[in-house]
Design a protein. Structure first.
Length: 249
């Protein structure tokens, strides 16, 4: 599969990340179908993709997208509760909760029904790709595709390749990432370590900040203040964890 073959993208899990991921794909001209478990979850995701703080209507209001583009973009989006509706997808992005067994179960289910040459990608925050890919028969077409939150806004995507991942799969995912206006960063899978590049360094930094706090060296506010003023960070290491759902992992 190369980028010209990728027309329909399936997103497993329309939560915080899945919604923003699907939004990025439809805005870049791909069609997307999002699978979640019930009407309420689907409605919540649809509302966030359209009317939310980082939604498509906001892009129109800010003059970043024309009304005609908006109409065409929204027409490329669909939702389902039936996993069978993802069978014809060319690419699947998995964004279900961070639970290794759940991810493996989901991929096993997908492997049985989705067309054989489709690429599978996981948005795991840190599980080894060579572990998750054991759930599928197409290990050469399986890759890590780690976004940052909010997905529609943040630029980097870590593209994590395992020894089994084919060069063609890597090249296709790099091309897709660029087509979405994002920045692909190639990362080698590191079994036994959690977090690829971003989360591994981030978690180490937060752990050290917590130690400094526990040792009574400075208050939480002062620790954050040092890092903000001294290193020009937009937010300190302890303050950042308070806004975790919206801006890290
Ligand atoms: N939130 C972040 O900042 C962030 C950033 C990067 C990566 N991630 C990773 O992305 C993944 C998703 O995280 P999230 O924050 O979007 O979680 P979330 O809980 O907001 O969304 C997960 C969605 O998956 C759905 N789901 C559960 N089982 C499913 C199934 N079998 N089929 C289809 N949908 C199913 C849930 O109903 C839910 O809507 C996790 O692996 C997480 O570690 C999260």
């Amino acid at each position: 599969m190369n980028i010209d073959d990728i027309k329909l993208v399936g997103v497993m899990g329309g939560g915080v990340m899945g919604g923003g991921i699907a939004q990025s794909f439809i805005a870049a001209g791909f069609s997307a179908i999002v699978r979640d478990l019930n009407d309420d979850l689907i409605e919540k995701t649809r509302a966030s993709m359209i009317d939310g703080r980082f939604g498509l209507k906001g892009a129109v209001d800010r003059g970043k997208m024309s009304q005609a583009d908006y109409d065409a973009t929204v027409a490329r989006l669909s939702f389902t509760q039936d996993v069978g509706d993802l069978a014809a997808c060319d690419l699947i992005i998995e964004a279900v909760p961070e639970n290794l067994e759940l991810k493996k179960t989901v991929f096993k289910e997908l492997d049985a029904i989705v067309k054989k040459d489709a690429i599978f990608a996981t948005n795991t925050s840190g599980f080894a790709i060579s572990d998750v890919n054991k759930a599928v028969s197409r290990r050469d077409r399986f890759i890590g595709f780690h976004w940052f939150s909010p997905a529609f806004i943040m630029k980097p995507i870590e593209i994590i390749y395992a020894p089994e991942t084919s060069q063609e799969t890597i090249d296709t995912m790099v091309a897709i990432t660029k087509k979405m206006g994002k920045a692909p960063i190639l990362v080698k899978d590191a079994p036994g370590k959690y977090g690829f590049v971003g989360n591994r360094i981030y978690f180490a930094m937060v752990a050290e900040a917590r130690k400094v706090l526990e040792e009574g060296i400075a208050s939480a506010e002062d620790i954050d203040e040092v890092m903000k003023l001294g290193y020009n960070w937009p937010v300190g290491p302890l303050g950042m964890t308070r806004g975790a759902r919206g801006g890290w992992q």
